[in-house]
Design a protein around this ligand. Sequence first.
Ligand code: TA6
Length: 300
Amino acid sequence: MSSSPITIKHTKSGAECTIFPYGAHVTSVKSAEGKELLFLSKDAILDGSKAIRGGIPLCFPQFGQPDKSMPQHGFLRNNYWKEVENSRFDNDESAGISMELSLKDVVNSRGGKWDTDTKLDAKCTYTVKILPDGFTTTICMYNLGEESFNFQVLLHNYFLVQGRMALNGDVCNVKGLEGYAVDDKVSGEKYVCDKPVTVPQKLIIDRVYDPPKETIDLNLTISAGKSNNLSLTASGEVDGKPVSVSGVVWNPHEQKAQAMGDFGDDQYHDMICCEPGLLKGVPLLEGGKQATFTQTIKCL
Ligand code: TA6
């Protein structure tokens, strides 16, 4: 079981990424210009004893912890994935790698209907593709059994905010969620988003944004510090049918930052989580069928 990080380099442009087999966890993506796009906590635990704080944690078969017998955000990020043989590539356009995890190899944090006595059978593959000016990550979920199961999937991106400006709404904000239904996990409020999302001056932000009717794909512009603008597009399908994409925005702020042992007390100035996911109205994944969820982040 390999635990050493894998570095993927795009020869032509010099872009590169780092991915840990534990959680198939991307912890760094550097553009061709050498700009780091992702935040990794200085106190992140990288020994496989807990999910890595930062980068892109994978959340499946659920987001959060609606069922207390399941680990928060599911079990993908707490288990070792295998490299798909001969999956590495490096061509003029991009470079990348694929990883895979079968349910039989999920040894940590099983629970609920996924516990070790489950009749369910599933496999996930995860492909990371780096571009000169960004990256794409795609997760495929396969129902290998006969019994259908419900699921959610989310890519929990931690973006690095240049210049420690996460609390400055002029240079750190998320556009494209206007018109989405907000479920504010901090205040309990529910309302429709009508302006760019910024990190409050004195409070955690932890909000789920569900798309209005007819809106399927997610298209965001993330300002992550002065002259550091990114586009994020995400789309998903279950058995070939498109599924609406939700978004989550989180910053722990001082209060939660100090409560997390694997997060620097003041590092809430350095990051914003902007997380695309299939969270609402996701059809059951029937036996023998597959689901795909993909995001592309580009430097603007
Ligand atoms: O980002 C949304 C969220 O669900 C927050 O509520 C917070 O818990 C965050 O995920 C991090 O979760 P973790 O289990 O990685 O500490």
